[in-house]
Design a protein around this ligand. Structure first.
Ligand code: AMP
Length: 423
């Protein structure tokens, strides 16, 4: 039997209702905050990611699904969305009328990481990006949006970490300080970090090797190397969050895995997730639009990992399963024909109605109704046709009532609609 590719997964019908609910909630919220949807392809030229994410990052060095197309062009399945959103912002001149644009996109990303709990090779993200705003209140607002979403999902045990990574004026000084701290500590670093030390020393903060982690405990803090502008930017982000009573932890070790970040970075962590505990992350990337050939416009964004959200929401999936409302058990040819019409009429009124076409016994049809988990069963056979009334059975209370054949569709539709508005 041919099976799933390693690190990939199916989202099964039982889970799909919850995925849809999460996506609907986030769309609603993003649109209330002034975001518009942008749908981008999953395939881009490799160079887009190499130039934006950075050639010495794990993603570009070893995790991209890259292949040579038949035309000889190097293409890559997108490992993240920001690069593509920036490309679209530039390519379609979305800045032309007004450089301030708020865009969101939802879809799959691909990274060839080592699969483990909470880490897949195809995973799903909700991405939000804001262009054209320098003001630190824009950073705070985006973080507040993210946390409002987490709040609406009623997630508990999550924490918000924030940091500033400085700008091209002050980060080089910090990198130098970090390099001199790491000089003479070669024995305490893994081979990957030894390489990172020269090319990209900030990445060492992300290393999971215990010896590297311990070494970095004493490393200098980026927050002590920020220039005045970056410092006051960060202060305003923090006071804006305070103003809305948003709790956060300042974490000077939060560097994120992509090179394009400047100033504010943030991450939402959930302790119950174990090793892969980041649910969402983001930050400011003021130089990226220009670096990719666009106007000198700042940007800031975040990505929420939907798969990890789902892990946090496990157990709630059945609340969102779209079970049929009613099963019509029809016995005999004539009753089946009438039921067939009712099913279509009910669906037109947005009632999820089911029947089967096998003309099995009443007992086996009721067993089917039970398995489907319907709220009501409607029973119709020769006797009911003679009576001019079908039997409507409430599957929870087991109460039964007679419903005249003429009124069945209207009565059932009204009843179900009324019950839905109560819940
Ligand atoms: P990043 O683009 O690496 O900042 O990731 C943003 C979010 O996407 C993370 O906080 C995770 O929730 C999620 N994520 C990243 N990589 C994976 C993966 N391999 N599998 C599942 N979720 C992921």
């Amino acid at each position: 039997m041919i099976k799933l590719v390693k690190g990939f997964k199916d989202i099964l019908p039982e889970e799909a209702g919850l995925w849809q609910h999460v996506e609907m909630l986030v769309r609603e919220l993003l649109e209330d905050f002034g975001f518009a949807e942008l749908r981008i392809p999953i395939l881009e030229q490799t160079e887009l990611f190499a130039r934006s994410i950075g050639t010495s990052t794990d993603i570009v060095e070893k995790e991209m699904y890259t292949f040579i197309d038949r035309s000889g062009e190097s293409l890559t399945l997108r490992p993240e969305a920001t690069a593509s959103v920036v490309r679209a912002y530039i390519e379609h001149r979305l800045y032309a009328k007004n450089p301030v644009r708020k865009l969101y996109t939802i879809g799959p990303m691909f990274r060839r990481e080592r699969p483990q709990k909470g880490r897949y090779r195809q995973f799903y993200q909700i991405n939000a990006e804001v262009f054209g705003l320098h003001d630190p209140r824009a950073d705070a607002e985006l973080i507040l949006l993210l946390m409002t979403f987490m709040g609406r999902l009623e997630l508990s045990g999550i924490v918000l970490h924030i940091n500033s990574l400085g700008c091209p004026a002050c980060r080089p000084r910090f990198k130098d300080a970090l390099k001199s701290f790491l000089t003479g500590r070669s024995e305490q670093l893994c081979s990957d970090c030894l390489r990172r030390r020269d090319k990209n020393p900030l990445r060492i903060f992300d290393c999971k090797v215990p010896a590297c982690k311990e070494t970095m405990q004493d490393a200098p803090s980026i927050l002590e190397h920020l220039c005045n502008t970056c410092q006051s930017h960060f202060e305003i982000v923090k006071t804006s969050l305070d103003r809305f009573q948003m709790p956060y932890q300042v974490n000077p070790r939060l560097v994120r895995g992509l090179d394009y970040y400047t100033r504010t970075t943030f991450e939402v962590l959930a302790e119950t997730l174990g090793a892969q505990d980041a649910v969402a992350g983001g930050g400011r990337y003021d130089g990226l639009v220009k670096a990719l050939g666009g106007p000198d416009q700042p940007g800031i964004g975040f990505a929420i990992g939907i798969d990890r959200l789902m892990a946090l929401l496990a157990g709630r999936a059945q609340d969102f399963e779209k079970r049929p409302h009613i099963f019509i058990a029809a016995i005999g040819e004539q009753a089946q024909n009438i039921a067939f019409q009712w099913v279509q009429d009910l669906r037109r009124q947005r009632v999820r109605a089911e029947m089967d076409f096998e003309n099995r016994s009443l007992k086996s049809q009721m067993r089917r109704a039970d398995k489907l988990g319907v709220t009501y069963a409607l029973i119709v056979g020769d006797r009911e046709l003679d009576d001019g009334a079908a039997v409507l059975r409430n599957m929870t209370t087991k109460e039964q009532e007679k419903v005249s054949l003429q009124n069945v569709v209207t009565l059932v539709a009204n009843r179900i609609r009324a019950e839905q508005s109560i819940h």
